[in-house]
Ligand binder design. Structure first.
Ligand code: OXD
Ligand code: MN
Length: 622
């Protein structure tokens, strides 16, 4: 044991580190301690006692406070730290690190010197808490060890809810440095225990070294290393190997009256229906956010949830739209709410479907009352639109029995869903794996409040992963094309759009997505015919009508079908123009990508010339 590190450790911590017998871990912790200068370095194992310690510490320190229902706590991030901060998140570059143009970068030496300057002494008077987790099920091909060091008990409490304990996994490393590590400091705190120097927030990702440094923040997307910070490291690794690290849900889809389950993965940008797709009543949930995908020996695509909890957006969670989550959030269990309104010990959020919401309480702005304004004179909502809940998946009644399977689940369908008010149909199936990759690569979405910046602007978001693709986009897409080529049983690929509007009004209810997903499930098993169009295979009216009747006991009219499933030829051509502009600056895009685009474009142009129409009904293609 390095003597400089030993002086920070109590006996238990020392024993734990000794038992890991890994010089890389010790060296890293020694460096972290020298840099952040905590009073102590507290190393924790996997036991219930240690989990309990963190849970209580978060409350003792005021980072969380108990609510009325047993197990519920509230945590507030600072008023200026309520979403992922892409501007302050940078990848450290060296001559070997090549990145997509959309990723912020900083020269490695310069970046390290800047962030080390900010971390210097950041933990003085505090403990550095250290825990070991496993990304993915333990003892599996998917497992990656992840070490988190942080001065925030909230960060470790969140990780205890969201990730698998990994001390034993680390013990098996046999001294290797094949693990990720994350150093986080919330920095100086104000009286609300939120970060004071949020303007000096930095998140620097060292992809070649498998490390991320994060300082002066608390919002979990910035602070919880194992979430989006680990996703970046995993994407770098996966794209230099032969697997996929994706921003995807994993769900078991169970058709009505049929004894089978079909596993889907799905990529949806934030606030585009990802969690609610995973949570569709009748589905079983394996994961709602991050999946690793690998080919197994038989040539199947296997997916594992690298998490075992949910850090979910809580806006619009109500008994009608999200009954399963709503039930979980309103009953006792271990659960952290963040950035909601609290009044008399109960949480309130936007769109919760309650009439009697209190007109005052405490929220992300401190004491809150209806009509309260911020310094720009805009009204502060009762809860932040990106307010969250954090809980274990196993708490949910619809958790899939295989959610922790070390082999992962066999994926038969892939979903790509954007937020698109005027172009894409509610559901369609890709014409091929290549077309499916194209559908994922050309996902567009209106921006949302999960990312700092203006909401409501159309944004390209390939595979809903653009914020995290720390390799050139061309390389990332090639990895997708190649992955499919190697599979013996390729999943079918579908695009969904739950947000189609007419005159500003949504054309579908939030529950309609169940029909689209069950149609996709049926297609995987060849239960339904479909109509081939340039944008993909479209459902037939009779099959949708059957599904609407079967599931919701209501008809699906021809009018609705025509409005929702007509091919908006001109809108698609506009989209293709946007795509061409977006991708033209990326170098080395795979040929497959351009070939799908060119085929689709020429087919649409031809249709337009032939018919002179902007929109064509599905029947036109039969
Ligand atoms: C998330 C996000 O929190 O993508 O999952 O913002
Ligand atoms: Mn996410």
């Amino acid at each position: 044991m390095l003597s400089s590190l030993a002086q920070f450790l109590d006996q238990h911590s020392r024993q734990l580190l000794d038992s890991l017998d890994n010089e890389h871990i010790e060296k890293q912790l020694d460096n972290f301690a020298k840099l952040c200068k905590p009073s102590r370095v507290v190393v924790l194992g996997d036991s219930e006692k240690e989990i309990h310690y963190i849970r209580e510490l978060a409350k003792e320190r005021g980072e969380e406070a108990s609510l009325e229902l047993s197990g519920h706590t509230i945590h507030f991030d600072g008023y200026h730290d309520l979403a992922r901060d892409l501007g302050s998140t940078k990848v450290l570059t060296t001559p070997v690190v090549k990145l997509s143009k959309r990723i912020n970068a900083i020269d490695r030496d310069r970046g390290l010197s800047e962030i080390f300057g900010l971390l210097d002494g950041s933990m003085s008077g505090k403990d550095m808490l250290v825990k070991f987790y496993c990304l993915g099920p333990t003892n599996s091909k998917f497992s990656i060890g992840a070490m988190q060091a942080s001065d925030s008990a909230y960060v470790l409490h969140s990780e205890d809810l969201l990730y698998r304990q990994g001390f034993k996994q680390f013990a098996k490393l046999g001294g290797s440095k094949e693990f990720f590590s994350f150093l986080h400091s919330a920095g100086a705190l104000d009286e609300r225990k939120t970060t004071k120097n949020y303007d000096k927030r930095r998140i620097y990702v060292d992809v070649t070294d498998g490390k991320v440094y994060s300082v002066n923040n608390q919002y979990a997307g910035n602070s919880v290393g194992l979430k989006k910070l680990a996703l970046r490291l995993a994407i770098y690794r996966a794209n230099h190997q032969d697997w996929l690290a994706e921003h995807m849900l994993i769900a078991g889809v169970h058709p009505v009256n049929k004894k089978r389950v079909t596993y889907f993965v799905g990529a949806y940008p934030s606030m585009c229906g990802k969690t609610s797709t995973a949570m569709i009543p009748g589905n079983t949930i394996v994961g709602d956010d991050i999946a690793y995908l690998r080919k197994d020996r038989e040539g199947n695509c296997r997916a594992a949830n690298i998490e075992h909890g949910i850090f979910g957006i809580i806006q619009d969670v109500n008994p009608v739209d999200d009954p399963v989550i709503y039930a979980a959030l309103t009953t006792p269990r271990e659960l952290i709410f963040s950035n909601v309104l609290v009044s008399e010990g109960y949480p309130y959020w936007l769109g919760m479907g309650k009439e009697d919401i209190p007109e005052k309480g405490v929220n992300f702005s401190g004491d809150w009352w209806k009509g309260k304004k911020d310094s720009d004179e805009s009204e502060i909502p009762l809860a932040h639109p990106n307010a969250r809940y954090t809980m274990r998946l196993a708490e949910l009644e619809n958790v899939d029995p295989n959610y922790d399977d070390r082999k992962g689940v066999i994926v038969e369908g892939v979903l790509y869903g954007g937020r698109d008010s005027d172009t894409n149909v509610p559901v369609s199936e890709a014409l091929s794996w290549e077309h499916g990759v194209y559908m994922g690569a050309t996902l567009e979405s209106e921006t949302t409040s999960a990312i700092i910046g203006k909401a409501g602007v159309r944004r390209h978001d390939p595979m809903a992963n653009i914020d995290f693709i720390v390799v050139p986009l061309g390389k990332y897409l090639e990895n997708h094309f190649e992955f499919g080529k190697r599979l013996v049983r390729k999943p079918r690929v579908f695009s969904t759009n739950y947000f189609l509007k007419h005159d500003g009004k949504y054309l579908n209810t939030k529950l309609d997505k169940k029909v689209w997903i069950l149609w996709a499930e049926g297609r995987v098993h060849n239960d339904y015919d479909a109509i081939r169009t340039p944008i993909g295979f479209l459902p037939k009216l009779s099959d949708l009508d059957y599904l609407f009747k079967d599931i919701f006991q209501r008809n699906y009219s021809k009018e609705d079908y025509l409005e929702q499933f007509s091919v908006r030829v001109s809108k698609y051509l506009e989209k293709i123009l946007r795509i061409e502009q977006y991708f033209e600056n990326e170098s080395d895009l795979p040929e497959e990508f351009w070939s799908v685009l060119k085929t689709q474009k020429s087919e649409l142009l031809e249709l337009k010339q032939e018919t002179g129409k902007d929109t064509l009904p599905p029947e036109y293609f039969t």
